[in-house]
Ligand binder design. Sequence first.
Ligand code: SAM
Ligand code: SF4
Length: 335
Amino acid sequence: MDIAVLPSHLVDQFGRTIDYLRVSITDRCDFRCVYCMSEDMTFLPRAQILSMEEIYAIVSAFVALGIKKVRITGGEPLVRKGAMELLAKLGKIPGLQDLVLTTNGSQLATLAPALKAAGVKRINISLDTLDPEKFKSLTRTGDLATVLAGIAAAKMAGFESIKLNAVILQQRNHQEVVQLVKFAIQHALDISFIEEMPLGVVTEHDRFESYYPSHLIRQDLSAHFTLLASEHSSGGPSRYYSIAGTTTQVGFISPHSENFCSTCNRVRLTAEGRLLLCLGNEHAVDLKAVVRAHPGNSYSLKRAIVDAMQLKPEKHEFNLQEQPIIFRHMNVTGG
Ligand code: SAM
Ligand code: SF4
C-alpha cells in the first residue's frame, strides 16, 4: 500500500478531530481507591502488557498522525519500572506539543524534578480529601502526608500548571468540597471535581446512592466563593469556572449530568495495547497484535490507527441505576 494515502490528521465518522491520546502504561497501582478498584484485584501478567518500546512505537505513530497531546496515566504510571526513561523519550518526539501526566502523587516527592526535566509540562494529581483517615479509607492503602509532600515537590519543580482531581462521593467526601477549593487557592492550583463513573464492579458502595452531581458541588461552593463561568479549557470535558480574586480554576467533569461527547477529541491506549475509542463503550482495536505482528513497521500501525477512527461511537452509555455495562475498572484506561 502507498504510504502517501495516510492522512495527517485523525477525524472520526462524526467529524470530530482526534488530537489527544491517553496512555495507561500499567494497570497496577500502590493505592486501591474505592471508586476505581475492588480491594482484591488481579493485575495483568507482564507478557500481556505493552513493553516500553511498544508504547513508544505506538505513541510515535499517533504523533505522526496529528496527535498533539499525550497524557501518561495508569494505574499509577510512576510505579512502573522504566516510566521515567519512557517519559524522557516521549518528551523528545518531534511534533508532540503537550506531554502531561496523571498521578496519585505517591512518588512525586522524589520524582517531580526529573519529570519536569523529562519534558512533562503539566500534572494532574488526585486528591479526594484533606483528612488523613478519610484519605486512608478512600484509597485503602494511601498516605495523605506523602501525597501532600508530592504536591509541594511538584510546585517547586515549576510545571506550567498543576491540577488536583477529586472524585466526589455522597456521604464520603462531599462535605469537603469547600476545603478542597480553599487548599487549591492557598497553593495556587487548579482543581476539577469528577462525577463517579460506573466502570467495573466496586464493592464498598452503591454508585447510585453515592452519586453527587456537579450542580450540587457548584451550589456548595457558591455559598463561599464567587464562581465566574470561564473560557478556560484544558482541551478536555471539564467545564471551568474561575474564582473571583484568585488564579484558581475549578473544573467539573460531569459524564452523567452534562454530556460532553459531542466535543470528544480523545482516544485511549490501555496497558495491554487495546486502543479504546470511548471510555463508556467497548469499541476497541488490538494495537498490541499489530505492533507484535509487524515489529518496526510504522505503516501497519498507522493504517490500523486511521481505520480505527471509524469505530469511534457517538456517545457513552453510562447509566447509574443499572449494573455496569463496562466491566473494566478505571485503572485499565486511566480515566
Ligand atoms: N493513579 C493515577 C491517579 O489516581 O491519578 C492515574 C490513574 S486514575 C485511574 C485517573 C483518574 O481517574 C483519577 O483522577 C481517579 O480519581 C479517576 N477515577 C478512577 N476511577 C474513577 C471512576 N470510577 N469514576 C470517575 N473517576 C475515576
Ligand atoms: Fe490507583 Fe489512581 Fe485507581 Fe486510585 S484512582 S486506585 S490511585 S489508579
